[in-house]
Design a binder for this molecule. Structure first.
Ligand SMILES: [Zn+2]
Length: 58
């Protein structure tokens, strides 16, 4: 089954702060906001998100 065309593609997500593609692993920085999980390329982006999640969660 190919799920890559739409919806959630596992393994690769977009960092909501810097819009980089992020590969999700066990050590990927993440935050939960509004019942959704967000992943970040670096701890710094998570810190930025956590300061003002509404701005980035869209
Ligand atoms: Zn980032």
């Amino acid at each position: 089954m190919d799920h890559t065309s739409h919806g959630t593609s596992e393994g690769q997500v977009k960092d909501p702060v810097c819009h980089m593609n992020v590969k999700v692993t066990d050590t990927t920085p993440r935050s939960t906001y509004g019942g959704q999980e967000y992943f970040f390329c670096a701890p710094g982006c998570k810190t930025t998100f956590d300061k003002d999640p509404a701005k980035y969660a869209g």
